[in-house]
Design a protein. Structure first.
Length: 113
């Protein structure tokens, strides 16, 4: 299984970005899909997750600003990020859970003040 993430970039505070992550390869079924992020000198943290049934979980720091969604037919997960803040600056990784765990390579999000 390969994960291809895209959509990162440089944006001013208050702006928006949309990340996407498409899974390809031998996929029977995907359970949860999630986005994590890692800022410099910090541990990787969960940003948002969505189950196969559509239940979502968000980090407190992004609630009300970020929205995770998935398109099952295309094995793709999205992260719509609005009202971005400088503290959202990090490398964002997608993670997919089937019978195993798979990670994307990461995409840089930089929010300038």
């Amino acid at each position: 299984v390969q994960l291809q993430a895209s959509g990162g970039g440089l944006v001013q505070a208050g702006g928006s970005l949309r990340l996407s992550c498409a899974a390809s390869g031998r996929i029977l079924s995907i359970n949860s899909m999630a986005w994590y992020r890692q800022a410099p000198e910090k541990q990787r943290e969960l940003v948002a997750a969505v189950t196969s049934g559509g239940s979502t979980t968000y980090a407190d720091s992004v609630k009300g600003r970020f929205t995770i969604s998935r398109e099952n037919a295309q094995n793709t997960v999205y992260l719509q990020m609005n009202s971005l803040k400088p503290e959202d600056t990090a490398v964002y990784y997608c993670r997919v859970m089937t019978t195993q765990q798979y990670w994307g390579r990461g995409t840089q999000v930089t929010v300038s003040s």
